[in-house]
Design a protein around this ligand. Structure first.
Ligand SMILES: Cc1cc2nc3c(=O)[nH]c(=O)nc-3n(C[C@H](O)[C@H](O)[C@H](O)COP(=O)(O)OP(=O)(O)OC[C@H]3O[C@@H](n4cnc5c(N)ncnc54)[C@H](O)[C@@H]3O)c2cc1C
Length: 336
């Protein structure tokens, strides 16, 4: 069996790596150069606690693999750091996690202010930060040394199974191939990196405001928005959200300096918001999409890629389905 994967972000690269390690011939299409993908700018915050149960299960399994594997930790440049997710949580969702519910007193000790009475949060000590671009680069380097793997800008031949793992480009690629777009949607994600002084906070999500300390004196921070349907990789320019004002109100101990860098990018969203293998209807299981991480796939991609590879391997044992539709080779140029 030969599997063709369209897209070499963290999702496509890790899926190719899982399959290649299982002895499958893999062809990985990296697409046109210069696209600003999610993997290259991802904040890389990882933790076990996630409100959605499937997302949480994948995040916990991914962290377990990361923590157990020194090579993966090195490839991903894993740095442990606590996370705080402000807002109510179901205590049952914390079972088995290195996480607990904290109240106003602990949040205040961590630097929070302007809290409504009775505010609680989940504090998760299991995770930290990875560098998704570094992990992808290491995985691609490993794949390049494997004889059963071909990596090129485009797929050269007709694979037995075709997987679209092109992140935010996936729905348009499916649509252009005349295939169901699976309800996948594109949303903009933007952040600003500030220099700051004062004790660095945990990685946090506090309503729409989120922050990821990058070490030293840098804090990545953004406000989650609702910019749907933007062009993949290239959301329209917009004045930055007033992240600094929100940060000063919630974390007044942080002395923010001027912004040093911004990222304006996109990701592929799905319902449920989970990175998983999705069968494309009408293709007899031979065309799949592996995307839909919805702004959180750095946390789940290790386990999600292992699971997707298992599903493809299981599918290979079933009867062959009808021929593949023509896979689009030119479309991403149209998407740029
Ligand atoms: C700004 C930002 C911050 C984030 N922060 C976090 C975080 O802190 N924690 C977390 O868990 N998640 C985070 N995420 C989410 C996570 O990074 C993404 O879900 C993940 O990187 C998506 O990976 P992907 O491989 O699905 O897509 P992408 O990384 O977007 O890769 C898709 C690839 O497909 C390629 N492609 C496009 N067209 C074609 C074609 N025709 N042929 C072949 N290839 C093609 C593109 O070049 C690209 O390389 C963040 C996302 C963004 C945008």
């Amino acid at each position: 069996m030969r599997v063709g994967i369209v897209g070499a972000g963290i999702a496509g690269s890790l899926l190719a790596w899982r399959l290649a390690r299982a002895g499958i011939d893999v062809e990985l299409a990296t697409g046109p150069p210069g696209l600003r993908d999610a993997t290259s700018v991802s904040g890389g915050a990882v933790r076990g606690y996630e409100p959605h149960p499937e997302q949480r299960e994948l995040a916990v399994a991914s962290l377990a693999e990361l923590r157990a594997d020194a090579d993966l930790r090195r490839w991903a440049d894993f740095r442990p750091w606590p996370s705080v997710i402000v807002g109510p949580a179901d205590e049952r969702a914390l079972a088995g996690l290195d996480a607990r519910i904290v109240g106003e007193r602990e949040l205040t000790e961590l630097g929070w202010a302007s809290l409504a009475p009775g505010t609680t949060a989940v504090r998760d000590d299991s995770g930290g930060r990875i560098d998704p671009a570094a992990l992808r680069a290491a995985v691609l380097a490993d794949l390049a040394g494997r004889p059963a793997v071909r990596i090129g800008a485009r797929l050269a031949g007709e694979p037995d199974v075709l997987v679209y793992a092109a992140g935010a480009w996936t729905p348009a690629l499916l649509g252009r191939a005349g295939l169901d777009t699976l309800g996948l949607r594109v949303k903009a994600i933007r952040y600003t990196v500030h220099r700051c002084r004062g004790p660095l906070p945990p990685i946090f999500a506090d309503g729409p405001l989120y922050g990821i300390p990058l070490g030293d004196d840098l804090l990545l921070a953004g406000v989650a928005g609702e910019e749907w349907g933007v062009a993949p990789g290239d959301p329209p320019s917009r004045p930055p959200a007033d992240v600094a004002r929100l940060l000063r109100r919630r974390l007044p101990g942080l002395r923010l300096g001027p912004p040093v860098r911004r990222a304006d990018a996109t990701d592929c969203y799905a319902d449920p918001p989970v990175l998983r293998l999705r069968e494309v209807p009408g293709t007899g299981g031979r065309v799949r999409a592996f995307t839909g991480g919805s702004g959180g796939a750095a946390k789940t991609v290790l386990a999600a890629s292992a699971r997707a590879a298992e599903q493809i391997l299981a599918g290979a044992r079933h009867d062959r389905a009808p021929a593949l539709p023509q896979h689009p080779q030119e479309e991403s140029r149209v998407q740029q």
